[in-house]
Design a protein around this ligand. Structure first.
Ligand SMILES: [Zn+2]
Length: 261
């Protein structure tokens, strides 16, 4: 495998961050075997419908049974996936935040639950999770057991309403409260890193623009140029699993060294 060496200066700069906000996308889960809607390893069709269509509100309105089957199939594939070295690295960075005054925020566009499985906590899941269903009537959330193939309920226990995946359909907006949490995380950070994010959703552009205004260092990790690339200071054209372990977020200035005595 080609190994890309990250310039020392960039790693040092990264290591000096006091508050880091990471946004992850489908690219980080490819190495874990999670299928995506686009790019390598994608699911293109299911029962003669495109996956793009099945992930839309129109499909949910017209063919809810097929949409449910489609997400069941996705869940069946995801349950075999396991966190990669990238998920592991991010979990390691999260552990550093307990050394005050460092802060770490994790935003993800992925609904596969792999960050949770790795042990990361306080994840802002911008598009929901495949391990939850939501009642379309009373909005109650039903938690499924992550990474287990167990029978799931068909209707809401409370009101018998129809249950849908608690995942944003492609034409839906991020709930305001979750978007707000993401903005607050970015505003508190000095370094912003986007990993494996294709940048197709307009609201992601908005978040990255906020990062451009508020953060000192912006790093993009993606094998391809993306519509977001222009906002970043450092572009690392590589897959997450090849480069993330090279970043050590372990710089502590003199005045903070006492934490380690
Ligand atoms: Zn209900």
């Amino acid at each position: 495998m080609h190994k890309l060496e990250i310039p020392e200066e960039i790693i040092m700069q990264f290591g000096r961050s006091k508050a880091l906000c990471v946004l992850t996308g489908a690219g980080i889960s490819l190495a874990s075997g999670v299928p995506t809607f686009s790019g390598a390893g994608k699911i293109s069709y299911f029962r003669n419908y495109t996956s793009d269509y099945l992930a839309s509100s129109a499909a949910w309105r017209d063919y809810p049974e097929i949409v449910i089957e489609f997400y069941d199939e996705l869940r069946n594939r995801i349950y075999k996936a396991r966190p990669s070295i990238s998920h592991q690295t991010l979990h390691g960075w999260e552990q550093r935040r307990f050394a005050y005054p460092l802060k770490f925020f994790l935003l993800t566009l992925n609904f596969d639950g792999l960050h949770h499985l790795m042990g990361s906590s306080d994840i802002i899941e911008l598009q929901g999770t495949i391990w939850q269903l939501r009642c379309t009537f009373c909005q109650t959330i039903v938690d499924l057991v992550p990474f287990r193939q167990l029978p799931k309920p068909d209707t809401c226990d409370i009101c018998q309403g129809e249950l849908r995946p608690n995942i944003l359909f492609k034409d839906e907006l991020i709930p305001r409260a979750i978007y707000r949490q993401a903005v607050i995380a970015i505003e508190q950070s000095d370094t912003f890193m986007a990993i494996g994010v294709s940048g197709k959703n307009p609201y992601i552009h908005q978040l990255v623009k906020i990062a451009r205004r508020r953060c000192r260092n912006l790093i993009e990790v993606n094998p391809q140029i993306t519509p977001l690339s222009e906002y970043f200071d450092v572009l690392i054209r590589s897959r997450a699993e090849e480069v993330l372990p090279q970043f050590y977020w372990d710089y502590l200035s003199e005045e903070n060294n006492f934490f380690w005595i």
